[in-house]
Ligand binder design. Structure first.
Ligand code: FRU
Length: 602
């Protein structure tokens, strides 16, 4: 370790500034003999590494500005990332993999970080990165990234007994940036195993959302059974690219003629590819500003624009993103209808992000919305976005998953080691109500396999209030509540889930307005964003009996009403788990005919 000017930082800075002509490197605060830090003036710092170790750990402070970092080996840039290098406080570390370059000189160039920043004293080499959980709001049965930031689920595809989940991932910080496709696999949609990053940024851009298909008949020529991924290359402009995997998603090879689709629209992204059996063609639907574009192809590489959808249809309070196009049977009929899923941000019913959908027909070229006068929402909470479905799922299932957050505050939610999780998986179908076709999202049946013990309460009537002093012994904030409620003559049937600190979530069936609402304004930690405290409201159908399943997992509540005929997904951050409940009524009484609380065990 050498430090030319150990005693006077100011003098050091001055000398660097005045002596730069002589290429004088100042090596400061080195923590390891094989790592040296050289300040180059005007916020530039070079870190030289020649190490047998696997990782360079970068100290991060989330409130700091982003530093542009380039990693150079043998005079070539091999990685380029943006990192919020710690200035006066280290919030956490992120690892940069250098294991490929053992024994070689690796140079990291950092821009826009002061010489005095704390990161230079803390940057360090390591062989391993401790990612054991440190977060009290880490969900148990919802997928969350091991560390770093996650947004949209991407490229979900089923193949050879495995559900693949890819996702928008920042491995270099727990806020949005450096988009990669992270990867996890599961045999059953509920037990997930982390895999290596699947697709990393390149000279065409960072890797935005998209989809995968299994090319069983080798239409693209990459190989029969290849998993082919479609993603947006987000550079100066957005274009669509392909990568393929010949080893069941473990590694991806980028197609050498990328990008495959381009346009002059600035927001042009999130390709979802499906096989359209009647026309024997691949179809790509993608978001272009406030509409969807539909393309077709016979080889996955050459795409022809067929139609646009969106003008004067549905909600337009923001950009349309992350589309999907699926054909579903209509319950109680022998028919099927097409559903176009359209995520929109902002412009959701309660502000920010939400998922709308359209039902209608699709002939391989054009989607026709059968109810242009209606806007249909897939979920009535604030934290259900970027919803898309699995490709090639077994048994003709259409399984959706959403990112359980909202762009209004996703970067500010009170976690650090990781940010965001997904919704539970939901099986989709269509039902008819008062002549209209709607999407039913039911918890995937696999969720029931996670039920542990059940506490079954005796039926009770609620004429004013009825308390349940304890939901579960040793409640750690991870459980499912299932209930059936029958109204007698109440105007309002409510229940609160709350904790000893008085933090609560208040759910109300309003029989006059025919709504179900969830109020999280006093749910615990809410002050991180003005947009977070909210009451969300869903319409409910005629009738007097209601079933409800509530999935609670540390920091979220997903309410499935009447077998998924309405769904409401909301984040909550209680300081301690809600372990009590009060049922109350107004205007009359009702009866809770069945109430069960399940522990959930992975
Ligand atoms: C939706 C989205 C997508 C985009 C991705 C970038 O949440 O904005 O449209 O591909 O996130 O991370």
């Amino acid at each position: 370790m050498s430090n030319f000017f150990p005693s006077c930082k100011k003098l050091k800075g001055l000398l660097v500034a005045t002596c730069c002509f002589f290429s004088l490197f100042v090596s400061a605060q080195m923590t390891d003999a094989s790592l040296s830090v050289h300040h180059l003036g005007e916020g530039h710092t070079m870190v030289r590494v020649a190490s047998p170790q696997n990782l360079l750990l970068l100290p991060v402070q989330e409130s700091a500005g982003e530093s542009a970092v380039s990693m150079i080996v043998d005079n070539q840039m091999v990685n380029r990332l943006d990192v919020r290098m710690a200035v006066d406080q280290v919030d956490y570390y992120v690892p940069v993999d250098i294991s490929l370059y053992k024994g070689q000189h690796v140079v990291f160039n950092f821009a826009r970080v002061a010489d005095e920043a704390l990161c230079w004293q803390n940057i360090q080499l390591a062989d391993t990165f401790d990612d054991s959980n440190v977060e009290k709001f880490r969900p148990v049965y919802h997928f969350s990234p091991r560390y770093g930031w996650m947004n949209d689920p991407n490229g979900m595809v089923y193949k050879d007994g495995q559900y693949h989940l890819f996702y928008q991932y920042n491995p270099y910080g727990s806020v949005w940036g450096n988009m990669h496709w992270g990867h996890a696999v599961s045999p059953d949609l509920v037990h997930w195993e982390y895999r290596n990053v699947a697709i990393a940024p390149d000279a065409l851009g960072t890797i935005f959302s998209g989809s995968c298909v299994v090319d069983k008949d080798n239409t693209a020529g990459f190989g029969a059974g290849a998993i082919v991924a479609f993603y947006t290359s987000a550079g100066e402009r957005q274009t669509q690219s392909i990568a393929y995997s010949l080893d069941n998603g473990e590694t991806f090879i980028k197609y050498d003629a990328n990008p495959v689709v381009s346009a002059s629209v600035p927001d042009f992204r999130d390709p979802k590819v499906i096989w359209h059996e009647p026309t024997q063609k691949w179809v790509m639907i993608l978001a272009a500003g406030q509409e969807m574009q539909i393309y077709s192809s016979s080889n996955l590489k050459e795409w022809e624009l067929e139609s646009n959808f969106g003008e004067d249809q549905g909600a337009h309070g923001g950009v349309w993103e992350c589309p999907d196009l699926i054909e579903l049977p209509v319950e109680g009929t022998s028919g099927k209808k097409w559903v176009l899923i359209c995520n929109i941000n902002p412009g959701g019913p309660f502000g920010g992000s939400a998922t709308q959908y359209f039902t209608g027909t699709f002939d391989g070229k054009t989607f026709v919305n059968e109810s242009p006068a209606l806007t249909k929402w897939m979920d009535w909470g604030k934290d259900h976005y970027a919803t898309v479905t699995w490709s090639n799922a077994p048994d003709h299932r259409h399984i959706a998953i959403a990112w359980m957050s909202n762009w209004q505050y996703a970067n500010e939610v009170p976690t650090r080691q990781f940010r965001s999780s997904n919704s539970i998986p939901r099986d989709l179908s269509l039902y008819t109500y008062q002549g209209e076709t709607y999407l039913r999202s039911s918890p995937s049946p696999e969720m029931e396999t996670l039920r542990g013990n059940v506490i079954k309460k005796n039926a009770f009537s609620v004429s004013r209030t009825t308390d349940i002093k304890e939901l579960l012994k040793g409640n750690e904030g991870t459980y499912e509540i299932e209930m059936t409620i029958r109204n007698k003559d109440a105007d309002l049937m409510g229940f609160r889930l709350y904790n000893a600190l008085g933090e609560e979530v208040n759910c109300i069936y309003n029989l006059k307005d025919r709504t179900f609402s969830m109020d999280r304004t006093r749910s615990g930690v809410t002050a991180f964003s003005e947009e977070f405290p909210a009451v969300t409201v869903a319409p409910i159908e005629e009738g007097n009996e209601f079933t409800l399943r509530l999935f609670v997992d540390k920091a979220s509540i997903e309410a499935f009403g009447d077998g998924g005929r309405f769904v409401m997904t909301n984040l909550v951050f209680p300081t301690e788990p809600y372990n009590r409940a009060t049922f109350y009524s107004e205007g009359g009484s009702y009866r809770v005919t069945d109430l069960r609380i399940y522990t959930i065990e992975l």
